[in-house]
Design a protein around this ligand. Structure first.
Ligand code: HEM
Length: 361
């Protein structure tokens, strides 16, 4: 597609595959909007907005800027770094549990539970509620790419409303979100609940896939695994290259607020513009030998976390989780092989790239 149809229009959708075209669209939020609820039938968007405020992911400025500033305040990388030791403990426990088993499904035993446990702790979810939380995040993950699972979102919303209305019991990020204030502006209950749900939707499955994709990729490129065992400083570069090479989020979208064009292809008002981040990350005009996994390449800023005003807020956390897991994995596991996953093992989604299971021996 990148060579023959780098931008093509089909019906009222436009598909964009080249790095620079995607960069331009993501940089131009005035023309290419994220505010998809504007396109919905007024009744439906009214019902949705009443219960769950639109998350920052589907807002444009000025509302997006206002919310993102407040959220950034509570969710800064410095706060995230404080979780390193706890992430290591969780990773160690999960990996040690796997050591006595043969044919271990790395998704079920490590890459799926870890991000759910970490985000629940960061949010300050009471331990007793963890099982509930896992069921919900599972249901949300399985609905990805198939439209919003409104029933589950409502259940989670009710749960979070219950929690934040007992302020003396709050801890962690939920408490910070309830108290943060900039220029007299605080987050409303609806905004807090909407953000907490977004963390579950946007943060868990993506990080699961990054961990699984990295383990699969190093099994195919064993020399880097052995190198990592001797020199842990290579691990962040292995994670960055996996983000480029097997991007967990393959695409995102915008809609056109007005008639425009992308590299000469006509785009009409209200067209949905699909941006293939995974393709941008393999663009041969940007990367030499893009289909080669090479952690030592000069990794020009990949687009796995997006670009522009919606650049992933959880990138430092996802990177930290993946680096810590890989450090612990290469410390405890002396050697391993992976059973080549089949097409059926792939996650059934146009947006996500990852695996439902990955067996290691
Ligand atoms: C936004 C990818 C992990 C929270 C995004 C976007 C991408 C992305 C591509 C931009 C979407 C767009 O522009 O339409 C990823 C990947 C992850 C990851 C690949 C893991 C490897 C996380 C984590 C969290 C998180 C761990 C939080 C705990 C968010 C939020 C946004 C976002 C809140 C919306 C930001 C905004 O709209 O301003 N992510 N993400 N993500 N991500 Fe992540």
């Amino acid at each position: 597609m990148r060579q023959n149809h780098p931008v093509f229009r089909y019906g009222n959708s436009v598909h964009v595959f080249k790095y620079n075209d995607i960069l331009n669209v993501l940089s131009n939020h005035r023309v290419f909007s994220s505010q998809f609820r504007d396109l919905l039938d007024e009744n439906l968007s009214g019902i949705l907005n009443e219960k769950i405020a639109p998350s920052i992911l589907i807002l444009d400025p000025p509302k997006h800027t206002e919310l993102r500033n407040l959220i950034n305040y509570a969710f800064v990388p410095k706060t995230i770094d404080n979780y390193e030791n706890r992430i290591r403990q969780i990773a160690d426990d999960l990996i040690i549990n796997m050591l006595t088993e043969k044919n271990v499904d790395i998704v079920a035993k490590l890459s799926y539970p870890l991000p759910v446990m970490v985000i629940s702790e960061i949010l300050g979810i009471p331990d007793n509620d963890m099982p509930l939380f896992k069921i919900w995040s599972d249901r949300l993950a399985s609905s990805l790419g198939r439209g919003p699972d409104i029933k589950t979102q409502y259940e989670i919303a009710d749960y979070f409303y219950g929690l934040i209305r007992k302020p003396d019991k709050l801890k962690g990020l939920l408490k910070d979100l309830c108290t943060v204030e900039i220029d007299g502006r605080k987050l409303t209950d609806q905004e807090i609940v909407s953000f907490a749900i977004l963390l579950l939707v946007a943060g868990n499955e993506t990080t699961t896939n990054l961990i699984t994709n990295t383990i699969l990729t190093i099994s195919e490129n064993k020399k880097y695994f052995y190198e990592m065992q001797n020199d842990a400083s290579l691990i962040p570069a292995v994670i960055e290259e996996t983000l480029r090479y097997r991007s967990p989020v393959q695409s995102t979208r915008r809609y056109a607020r007005e008639d425009t064009e992308i590299s000469g292809t006509e785009v009409l008002k209200n067209d949905i513009v699909f941006l293939y981040l995974g393709s941008a990350n393999r663009d041969e005009d940007i990367y030499k030998e893009p289909d080669l996994f090479d952690p030592k390449r000069n990794n020009k800023r990949h687009m796995a976390f997006g670009h522009g005003i919606h650049f992933c807020i959880g990138a430092p956390l996802a990177r930290l989780e993946a680096v810590v897991v890989l450090k612990e994995f290469s410390k405890f596991i002396k050697d391993f092989t992976v059973e080549k996953p089949s097409g059926d093992d792939r996650i059934d989604s146009d947006i996500m790239y990852g695996f439902k299971k990955l067996i290691i021996n």
